[in-house]
Design a binder for this molecule. Structure first.
Ligand SMILES: [Fe+2]
Ligand SMILES: [Fe+2]
Length: 216
């Protein structure tokens, strides 16, 4: 099996895991949620964007190729743009985007992704880019569009649909490119696979901790 085939296999494993989870283990959103609860989701998700910027910045500093560095630099810019757009949305709805108490799993995953993934660019690319960004793209963005739309928050729905979703597709692609560049042995591919599993575990923990607080 070629390395690109193996990367696709990792993505299929991520998808299969996610599809097997009940909504309460994977979704920021809940049927019947209120507008204040939706604002709590906007808050955590705009803070998640800073974590994504940290992960991309770490990769930018550590990958060997100039072309990858320029792509990752554009991702850092995108994530900051996402933060600003969502933070403004929280303010427009009457909230404070930085009035957010991080939970333990959130701090480990979004607070310092390079540390969680052992300062290894391959692990960060597999765990954060391929897994977190990939699943976010497949699930969370679609849910953001539908739940914000239902609650009449059309501007947030537009931000996710027109800006965040197209950007996130490119970020997942950057993750694939880093893995293809760095997973050069069977052992390193296994390292990438283990990082995907670790990311999935943390994503579930982060969502569960969030939901316990917002949907008691
Ligand atoms: Fe983002
Ligand atoms: Fe991203």
């Amino acid at each position: 099996m070629t390395v690109p085939d193996l990367v696709r296999q990792l993505e299929r494993e991520n998808e299969a895991f996610w599809n097997g989870l009940p909504p309460e283990d994977r979704s920021w959103y809940q049927e019947g949620m209120t507008l204040p609860q939706l604002m709590e989701v906007h808050k955590i998700r705009c803070n998640n964007e800073i974590g994504a910027a940290e992960a991309a910045y770490f990769l930018l500093k550590t990958v060997p190729d100039q072309d990858l560095k320029t792509q990752l630099a554009s991702q850092v810019e995108d994530e900051v743009k996402h933060f600003r757009l969502l933070a403004q949305r929280v303010k427009d709805l009457g909230g404070d985007p930085v009035d957010y108490e991080p939970t333990p799993a959130w701090l480990a995953f979004f607070g310092d992704p390079a540390r969680l993934f052992n300062y290894d660019p391959l692990e960060v690319a597999a765990g954060f880019q391929l897994t977190a960004e990939g699943l976010s793209n497949a699930r969370h963005v679609s849910e953001a569009v539908s739940f914000a739309g239902v609650l009449g928050d059309g501007e947030t729905e537009r931000i996710y649909r027109e800006v965040i979703r197209p950007d996130e597709l490119t970020h997942v692609q950057f993750g694939r490119l880093v893995i293809l560049r760095l997973a050069t042995t069977p052992e390193r591919l296994q390292t990438a696979r283990d990082a995907c599993a670790k990311a999935r575990d943390y994503m579930v923990r982060v969502v569960k901790e969030f939901r316990q607080r917002v949907y008691p």
